[in-house]
Structure formats: C-alpha cells, structure tokens
Design a protein around this ligand. Structure first.
Ligand code: S3P
Length: 184
C-alpha cells in the first residue's frame, strides 16, 4: 500500500465529531505515515484554544489561520492530515486538499449528537439546539464534502479498526493512474 501511495497525503474531512482525529491516527499508524491535525497545529502555533481564537479574533481570523496551516502541512509527504470540519468552505483550501487523497467520513447526525452532547470545545455548537445546528451545518456543507475522492459511510456499529480497514481497502481503487505505476 505504501508503495502504491508513493507518499501521497491523505486528508480526512467531515463534520465535527465524525472521528477524523481518531481514525486519522490509526490510519497513519497502519500506513506508517506521519499524523497531523490542523486544529491541533493551529492551537499549538497560536498558543490559544480554538474557543479562544473564535472568541477573541472571530471566525474569519480562524479560517485564515486554518488556510495558512493547511498550506504549510500540505508541503509534507507521507502524512495523514485530519482537518477541521469547516476546511471545505474555502475554495482556496481545495487546491491543497486536491494535492492528496481526500476522504469524507460521512456520519449520521444522530451519531454526531451522541458524541458531541457533552463537548465544550467547539465554538460553533455553543448555546444552541445541537441537533438542529448540526443538521444546518451538514446541509450547508454536504455538497462540499461530497467532492471527496472517497466517502466512507460510518454507522453506529463500526469500530475505528473497521473504518480504517475499509479505507485501506478502498484507497487502491481510487489512486489516479498518474499516481499508480501499476496502472500505467
Ligand atoms: C469547525 C470544526 C472544528 C474546528 C472549529 C470549526 C467547523 O474541528 O475546526 O471548531 O467549522 O466545523 P473538528 O471538525 O475537528 O471538530
């Protein structure tokens, strides 16, 4: 698999709570890739939590940072990159995402609600009807998430191992001929 990928980065996209970081870490381990998380990188560089950035500088400032960090991390190879749920919103981000293979973890809203109901780290989910808010966000972004190279539909029953096994099975079928020496 590693030979087939030739260092091509893997980007995980999807809603808050879709498991991008958990799946990403495990996938990186399996592929013997490095793992990076854009949110963590932003927090590390700015020395502020995502909540604080939204509070003090606003969402636009966060989106600018997110775009810069994506630009930086996309210059690596052999890396699985978990992204923030809103990375798909900026057209410019797609130029970076398209340099690698983009995987959407498509998780039903009721599962997201279950995972996020006690979470206080996501500024967009504060003081709001969680189910409705997640539905609205998904509605807004669905057509963007659908631009991924691979969609993994995640059910309640699947473990992280199951999801990663499915990803590893699908990747070879999606490698574009120019990346896949065996198909040339
Ligand atoms: C956001 C998702 C968050 C984080 C920020 C905004 C979004 O990341 O980037 O709170 O717009 O969906 P996760 O998807 O890792 O929760």
């Amino acid at each position: 698999m590693n030979k087939l990928l030739r260092g091509l980065n893997i980007y995980l996209i999807g809603m808050m709570g879709s498991g991008k970081s958990t799946v990403g870490k495990f996938l990186a381990h399996k592929l013997e890739y490095r793992f990076l998380d854009t949110d963590n990188t932003i927090e590390m560089l700015s020395q502020k939590t995502i909540n604080k950035i939204f509070e003090e500088d606003g969402e636009n400032a966060f989106r600018t940072l997110e775009n810069q960090v994506l630009g930086e991390v996309s210059s690596y190879l052999h890396t699985v990159i978990s992204t923030g749920g809103g990375i798909v919103l900026k057209k410019d981000n797609w130029a970076h995402l398209r340099d690698g293979m983009v995987i959407w973890l498509d998780v039903p809203v009721d599962v997201l609600v279950d995972r996020l109901k006690n979470d206080h780290t996501r500024p967009l989910l504060k003081d709001t009807d969680l189910t409705q808010k997640l539905r609205n966000i998904l509605e807004e972004r669905k057509s963007l998430y659908q631009q991924a190279d691979i969609t993994i539909y995640v059910t309640k029953k699947q473990s992280t191992e199951d999801i990663v096994a499915e990803i590893i099975q699908v990747i070879p079928t999606k490698i574009k001929p120019e990346f896949n020496p065996d198909l040339n």
